[in-house]
Design a protein around this ligand. Structure first.
Ligand SMILES: [Zn+2]
Length: 140
């Protein structure tokens, strides 16, 4: 009997450990996404300023801006990679924990976003915002 309790306890502890490490990994990925989003915002400012300065001096040349645009695109791709990892992580954990996958699994289950989904980039934004926080597309 005491053995059963011990086993059950260790099973529960394993579940908690899996959940905790998944939570930390997810946070790490989300922090990285925020960093990338900050860098994108910065690059957009830079390219905007560069474009304006070139135009002002009558030297506007889109070729000079393209490297910055490409860098921005690269960072968007990196964000998508992190999001894929977050999704895979959630799926992996549901398997380990034996929880049902897909809709209704709770805790930000894929396929069941609760906020405003941006039609342009797929970002899930808060329900009360008018513009996408990532790409600026009008949401309503
Ligand atoms: Zn968007």
């Amino acid at each position: 009997m005491a053995m059963d309790i011990k086993q059950e306890l260790s099973r529960q502890l394993t579940k908690i450990n899996v959940k905790t490490s998944a939570f930390m990994e997810e946070n790490r990925l989300k922090t990285y996404i925020s960093t990338l989003e900050g860098e994108i915002a910065n690059l957009k400012l830079q390219s905007g300023e560069l474009g304006y300065n070139l135009w002002k001096d009558n030297k506007f040349d889109v070729e000079k801006l393209i490297p910055l645009y490409k860098e921005i695109t690269g960072k968007y791709q990196q964000i998508q990679e992190q999001e894929k990892q977050i999704k895979a992580l959630g799926e992996q954990n549901r398997q380990i924990l034996g929880e049902p996958s897909g809709a209704g699994a709770g805790g930000g289950a894929p396929g069941a976003p609760s906020g405003n989904v941006c039609p342009q980039c797929g970002e899930v934004c808060a329900p009360n915002v008018n513009f996408c926080k990532r790409c600026g597309t009008k949401l309503r």
